[in-house]
Design a protein around this ligand. Sequence first.
Ligand code: HAM
Length: 415
Amino acid sequence: MSDLQAVKGTKDIVHPEVALWQHLESAIRDYYRRFLYREIRTPLFEYSELFQRGIGETSEVVQKEMYTFLDKGGRSLTLRPENTASVVRAAIEHNLFEEIFPLKFFYIGAMFRYDKPQKGRYRQFHQFGVEVFADPTPQVDAEVIFAAVDFLARLGIADIRLHLNSVGCSDCRPGYLQVLRAAATAAGEALCPDCRRKAETNPLRIFDCKNEGCIGVAASFPVVTDHLCAPCRDHFAEVQATLIQMGVLFTPDPRLVRGLDYYTRTAFEVTSGQLGAQNALLGGGRYNNLVRDLGGPDVPGIGFAAGMERLVLHLQPPEAGDAILFVAFQSEAQLSTAIDLARGMWDAGYAALLDYGGRNLKKQFRKADRVGARFTLVVGEEEVLTNQVTVKDMRTQQQQRVAVRELLPWIREHL
Ligand code: HAM
């Protein structure tokens, strides 16, 4: 075996798993079309500054997880760890806020984080996500969340839980952070050293700590929902009322914080009971200041992203794919007829396979079996002379002659 391997934390997606990915991707396109989301494709790398400013200098992602490098021109570039900042950058750069209506985008693609690899967590992973701009209403928050949960249900993913919170806005959050910082400082040594550091830099992150001791201490910390300003409180109440109207079940979770710093007001996460430690299927929220902070107009946004590797873990292999036709020939003399025959099948849209080097019929039938062919179309000396094909039904093993010009209608009828 070669000593060359895929980079740690990356993964090849090959047959048959790749069929699950294709199924997921077409389900996303089909579902989000209904809400008038348009696809957006942004580059895999951006200037590092975009993520530093967009995601926030104190976030774990920016501090520890970015793949940042200098290109040959000495510019600092970063493989995108997420796509919201890139979509915002593209929307500002191309003035999409003026050009496109409605401002609803979806994306599917690879993201990169220097995370600790484990089941469901990779260094190159894939997200699908949506971003909606210029709609400040709580109803659109509920629509985005409804669609996310409804989409998972349609994929057949059961046993999920929607956690919902409001993280406030630039008016009310500073006051809450002060109260929280005071509580964290008072907890002192009861918090791990990492959380003691977070108490200074970004106390909300303490709620993310997996350390049992810290979880216990943080359970008695003040929660953000008790410190929301009146507009944030009203917004949150309306989001919940609309979700109830739409029949979406949720768990209010006042300790839900997100790993990225751009969120304002609504924040949510969907977890799966079946995933173990890496149980977040998707996460997102509202970001009312990000567009402005990145140099654009004062336009609010909301969105989420889902980890596709985690969704794929829940998907069932699809029903049998294309019916396959195997084209076999008796000897070298019929190879060109066999190629013409296969060409006719491809032109008609069928999946057909030909073993050009096929030395004898027995070996070709074996390959037809191996690939799961439904019918094998055999041409021999006699078939060429009589303008016919022998069709072997690979299930029943029965054979029959069919005239070449009758072949396509025959196949259409029998597949
Ligand atoms: P995020 O919570 O950082 O949010 O990531 C969203 C989802 O991506 C997670 O819930 C998880 O399913 C998946 N994910 C994250 N890291 C990994 C990893 N290392 N391996 C596998 N899957 C992973 C965002 O990225 C925001 N941009 C979401 C958003 C969009 N907020 C507003 N708009």
